[in-house]
Design a protein around this ligand. Structure first.
Ligand code: AMP
Length: 279
């Protein structure tokens, strides 16, 4: 495995590597979800490049940034278990941003104005800033992103198209714990009891899916909201079924089984998100 701390040395090195290059951007604290993306990048490319960078501009909440789990030695061990040929980029913020750590502004076609974009101000501008920077700097042929962050995946696909970047964006399925909880680096911060409660998000989504063909969306929505009424510390933030490309909410009077269900909830201070194809 080769670990690079600066983009300059990495770009130089990549010019000698064989294409296609597959990139997996991450914020570290790797789990099976990340590893599934890395395995796919290794399988489908001659060269696999993983970045580990906790991008400060995508955090709207300073405490969330301060508490974000870091485990670089374990991350490198897990990557090494997949293959010893993987290239890892672990920059400091100044290697990515220079002296001014600030987002650029992108037109994200309105995809950033709903759900996570509405709730976390500036989040997707921060994501778009760092991802486009990586894609422009390293020009990978393929870049892998999880459906766990489906809105992020759509936004990155949108921006690579509108900027005419040559990288093909590839979406990968969500990897879950056996109780259905979508794997996430932040799950480390949950107690065993909270992990059990957190699995209710997936339960809520599968419940919604089981009734989308039977009742109009208005009824699905109210039944899911009722389902979360008595879940003690788990506080539903939103549940929506949207068009899977535009993220526009489905008409309340219609049947919603062609949409995608999105859910967000708070467990104490921890924000949890999940989504599921309703068809
Ligand atoms: P993060 O480190 O949270 O920025 O995630 C890095 C990449 O891994 C993103 O493309 C995420 O969508 C993806 N990812 C995170 N959790 C999962 C999961 N449970 N299953 C599949 N992909 C995931």
């Amino acid at each position: 495995m080769r670990v690079f701390r600066t983009s300059k040395s990495l770009v130089e090195h990549l010019s000698f590597e064989t294409r296609p290059i597959g990139m997996v951007p991450t914020m570290g604290a790797l789990h099976q979800g990340h590893l599934s993306l890395i395995e796919r990048a290794v399988e489908e490319n001659k060269t696999a490049l993983i970045s580990i960078f906790i991008n400060p501009t995508q955090f709207d909440d300073k405490t969330d940034l301060d508490d974000y789990p870091v485990n670089i030695n374990e991350d490198l061990r897990l990557i090494g278990e997949i293959s010893n040929d993987i290239i890892v980029y672990v920059p400091e913020a100044n290697d990515v941003y220079g002296n001014i750590v600030k987002s650029e502004y992108f037109d994200l076609g309105g995809l950033d104005l709903v759900m996570e974009g509405e709730k976390r101000e500036g989040h997707f501008q921060g994501v778009a800033t760092v991802v486009t920077h990586f894609l422009k700097t390293f020009s990978p042929d393929h870049a892998y992103f999880g459906e766990k962050d489906f809105q992020q995946l759509l936004i990155i696909s949108h921006i690579t198209r509108s900027l005419k970047l040559k990288t093909k964006v590839i979406g990968c399925p969500t990897i879950r714990e056996s109780n259905g909880l979508a794997m996430s680096s932040r799950n480390i911060l949950l107690s065993a009891d909270h992990k059990r409660l957190a699995s209710k998000l997936f339960e809520g989504l599968t419940f919604a899916k089981s009734i989308t063909k039977k009742v109009p969306y208005k009824k699905v929505k109210s039944m899911v909201i009722d389902f979360f009424e008595n879940q003690s510390e788990l506080k539903l933030d939103y549940f929506k079924i949207t068009d899977p490309e535009t993220l526009k909410e489905i008409d309340l009077e219609k049947f919603s089984h062609r949409g995608r269900g999105f859910i967000a909830a708070y467990l104490g201070k921890i924000r949890l998100i999940d989504n599921l194809d309703m068809s």
